[in-house]
Design a protein around this ligand. Structure first.
Ligand SMILES: Nc1ncnc2c1ncn2[C@@H]1O[C@H](COP(=O)(O)OP(=O)(O)OP(=O)(O)O)[C@@H](O)[C@H]1O
Ligand SMILES: [Mg+2]
Length: 251
């Protein structure tokens, strides 16, 4: 078997008396979409934040591309190619769609804000940003302010910003949150094509999207993983049905 791109072992994090992440181990393999599901407050975002380096675990290790990154900060992990989108948007509303992508590129290169003007006239940077926007089908919106685009377009813009990192793995926290049915269908097709760019660890509540996309599903309840497996395996799992999927999935 090929080596996993990302491997988490025994990750544990408490907030006071609450253990939000309880000895979690999972991995992400090349080409796969690995969905992370579980009830509200199960610890899904807490797990992804530790993987991204935004919060430090109390115990456990994180290996990315074969390297132990547990002690690296979020910026260093991003530069190694850990692409992140947020449950809450990181887009700057006053900037245009194109400027937001260019900013994300600068961030990925460890450069700063004052280079923005130079980057905006740099043909290569512009070309790459346009490619990324085309990838998420937002090329027609590049001159519009981010505040003027729709919610679904904003989520696609965030993906273009994550693509700017030339990611080796994506960490996506509810990319379909707040989208209508049409947006979910669009985003599902987009994620399906992105897995070949880099594997995706996907937190998502929309079960139709999860079942359509996931190669494997891990189920988190009260901070602990209760199951990892293929779609059919997870649908049939009694503990998962009781904790999360509900009786309607039993058939
Ligand atoms: N910084 C924090 N300080 C204290 N408690 C926190 C903190 N962050 C998260 N928690 C708690 O940890 C638990 C897990 O939260 P988390 O946001 O990871 O859940 P989640 O699975 O992402 O939920 P949702 O599906 O609602 O996004 C919750 O009980 C939450 O209140
Ligand atoms: Mg969350």
């Amino acid at each position: 078997m090929t080596d996993p791109v990302l491997a988490v072992h025994g990750l544990t994090k408490s907030f006071g008396a609450l253990t939000a992440c309880d000895g979690v181990s999972l991995d992400l393999r090349p080409g796969e979409i690995h969905a992370l599901i579980g009830p509200n407050g199960a610890g899904k975002s807490t797990l992804i934040k530790q993987i991204a380096g935004e919060i430090a675990p109390d115990a456990g290790t994180i290996h990315f591309l074969g390297r132990d990154v547990t002690d690296l900060d979020a910026a260093a992990r991003a530069r190694m190619g850990l692409g992140r989108s947020f449950q809450i948007s990181a887009v700057i509303p006053e900037f245009t769609v194109l400027q937001n992508v260019i900013l994300a590129q600068l961030g990925a290169e460890g450069r700063v804000f004052r280079f923005l003007r130079a980057a905006l006239s740099d043909r290569r940077a512009l070309g790459r940003a346009r490619d990324q926007l085309e990838r998420v089908r937002l090329a027609h919106r590049l001159a519009d302010r981010a505040s003027e685009i729709s919610h679904g377009e904003r989520r696609r813009l965030e993906l273009a910003m994550a693509l700017a990192l030339r990611p080796r793995a994506f960490l996506l926290d509810e990319p379909m949150a707040g989208m209508g049915a049409e947006g979910v269908v669009d985003m599902t097709a987009l994620l399906d094509s992105l897995r070949f760019e880099a594997p995706i660890l996907l937190i998502e509540h929309d079960m139709d999207a999860v079942f359509a996309l996931a190669d494997r599903i891990s189920v988190l309840v009260y901070g602990a993983l209760i199951a990892t497996g293929g779609v059919q395996e997870i649908k049939r799992n009694r503990a998962v049905q009781r904790a999360y999927l509900g009786e309607e999935e039993v058939a």
